[in-house]
Design a protein around this ligand. Structure first.
Ligand code: PNS
Length: 168
């Protein structure tokens, strides 16, 4: 039987930190489903379609991994897929409380669900999509954090948001 794992998130946008977790997850499963939430808790800069396209481009050379969107509860998506294991990246200590809360909430919703955590390489220990957006908004070089096509998309979205006087 194939071991399938779900890697859920907002991916607004995908970063090299996410890619690091994807590569690590592939070492312990036969198939990885990257599940992109269509209703992220935080306001997203990129549309669902854009977040998915950037992820697909990022993993296009990789085998045994696919990108899907999900709406509503993560546990319901897992049930539909017949998957029990969630994988999440764990970075600095600050992630812990949020992740702990999510594990407990998901377990209450469906006790069959298990979450496993993987730590990214140290270079990405403080990297987050929010940081990347903030740096890009201030004109900093983000090439060490995201692929070129993500950088280009972010710049385009940020200059559009600025022209509309929107926050991001
Ligand atoms: O990348 P993020 O924003 O930390 O990912 C959070 C995400 C999308 C995995 C989480 O918010 C989620 O699972 N949302 C779906 C709704 C849900 O199932 N909520 C209950 C568990 S917190």
């Amino acid at each position: 039987m194939k071991r399938v794992i779900v890697y859920p998130g907002s991916f607004d946008p995908v970063t090299y930190g996410h890619l690091d977790i994807i590569k690590r997850a592939l070492k312990i499963c036969d198939q990885l489903i990257i599940a992109v939430s269509s209703n992220p808790t935080k306001k997203s800069l990129l549309s669902l379609r854009e977040r998915i396209l950037l992820l697909k481009e990022t993993i296009k050379e990789m085998k045994d991994v696919r990108v899907e969107e999900f709406d509503g509860l993560l546990v319901d998506f897992l049930k539909r897929k017949g998957v029990r294991i969630i994988i999440r990246g764990l970075r600095a200590v600050s992630d812990f409380e949020y992740e702990f809360q999510m594990v407990l909430a998901n377990r209450k919703l469906d006790e069959k669900t298990e979450t496993i955590f993987m730590m990214p390489t140290e270079a990405y220990f403080y990297l987050s999509s929010s940081l990347v957006k903030e740096l890009a908004g201030l004109g900093a070089d983000i090439s060490r954090y995201v692929p070129k096509f993500v950088e280009e998309k972010l710049k385009e979205k940020i200059s559009h948001a600025k022209s509309q006087k929107k926050t991001f």
